[in-house]
Design a protein around this ligand. Structure first.
Ligand code: SF4
Length: 352
């Protein structure tokens, strides 16, 4: 009986060795297949020209493939590329490729912001994806396909990967983790574990599981407010994971892993950028090994949210510095190509 669609792309080298052995082929064929998928970005067995025809036919029958493809691509003036990746069943998700702005070739990075779900059940008030609702989880191979798509399109090695596209990764925990491990494999994409980040809305059970993973993957938490009532309005689906439970979960994560947590905080004018908001955020960060990433909210059509005035981030950064809390203000990239999560896909679906 044929194996599930695309499952072969998630096999480690040792699993491929079993497979080729079963098919009566020598062990070295496993390495060749692995490289075709993860180094040479092949999407069909026909491309695997160093495999005998008979093996290609066997693989096509036993391990069916259906490739994902780019349904739309936009390139920003700052080099950011935003893709709509379409999967075998016609469902689509957004992926973003962010090249570093560094001219030194040895320090050039290519970061991929990938999706873990089609749509998202979290319904965050500021997010275009949240409005779309949830369609389905992505499989590990569909998640990895997004990395391969960007690597191929840029003709450049992906150095960093962030699960910060569409979806809540901890609601698709197993497939996300499987994908992270494929990204991290030395023989394949070889992205260092510390350069692979999972960004969550603060799903406590996910944080607890993630703390137990042996790899040094990194964790980011979308905070957006450290005032409970305000956070509930902005992120209604995590209202049942309150800040007074989130903080101890993060303390425990930091104790176990000895790794820093990044807080993502979208600065939204007159919503979460006042003195009380800053005070609450500083209090939440107290005693945590953390980095605060302030970001301007993207202006999305039909949304009442506007980015904070420039001086706000300057004041906030000074306050963080005084308290020795690491913080940065990251300007929005790709704003000219519908930079906000879900925005391009929504526009595409409306035929813009
Ligand atoms: Fe989902 Fe992230 Fe959008 Fe929230 S911000 S609705 S978690 S995609």
């Amino acid at each position: 009986m044929a194996r599930p669609l695309n499952e072969i792309k998630t096999y480690r080298l040792d699993q491929l060795e079993y497979l080729v052995k079963d098919l009566g082929q020598p062990k070295f064929r496993a390495k060749q297949i692995y490289e075709w998928f993860h180094v040479k970005h092949a999407s069909s067995y026909d491309e695997m020209t160093n495999l005998p025809l008979v093996l290609r036919a066997q693989l096509a029958e036993e391990c069916p493939l259906a490739s994902s493809h780019i349904a739309d691509k936009r390139i920003s003036s700052d080099g950011t590329r935003k893709y709509i990746v379409e999967f075998a069943d016609g469902q689509r998700a957004e992926t973003v490729g962010l090249p570093s702005e560094n001219n030194d070739a040895s320090k050039q990075r290519l970061t991929v912001c990938f999706s873990t779900q089609v749509g998202c059940p979290m319904g965050c008030a500021f997010c275009a994806t949240g409005r779309e609702g949830f369609k389905r989880n992505l499989t590990a191979s569909e998640i990895v396909d997004q990395i391969l798509t960007v690597e191929k399109d840029f003709s450049q090695r992906v150095t960093n990967a962030v699960a910060m596209g569409q979806g809540e990764p901890f609601l698709n925990y197993d497939e996300t983790l499987k994908a992270l491990r494929i990204m991290n494999e030395k023989e394949g994409l070889n992205i260092g574990a510390r350069h692979i980040t999972v960004s969550t809305c603060g799903i406590i059970e996910g944080i607890e599981r993630f703390a137990k993973e042996p790899e040094q993957f990194t964790l980011a938490v979308s905070l957006h407010s450290a005032i409970q009532t305000k956070r509930d309005d902005l992120m209604p689906k995590v209202a049942n994971q309150p800040l007074d439970q989130l903080k101890p979960a993060l303390e425990s994560y930091i104790r176990k892993t000895n790794r820093r947590v990044t807080f993502e905080y979208l600065l939204i004018r007159d919503v979460n950028d006042g003195p009380d908001d800053l005070k609450a955020l500083l209090r939440f960060c107290e005693g945590l090994l953390c980095h605060v990433n302030l970001l301007p909210v993207n202006t999305v059509e039909g949304s009442q949210f506007k980015p904070s005035k420039k001086h706000v981030s300057e004041i906030w950064l000074k306050e963080f510095e005084k308290r020795h809390i690491e913080a940065t203000f990251r300007k929005s990239r790709g704003a000219d190509i519908s930079g906000a999560c879900g925005q391009l896909k929504n526009e595409m679906e409306q035929g813009k």
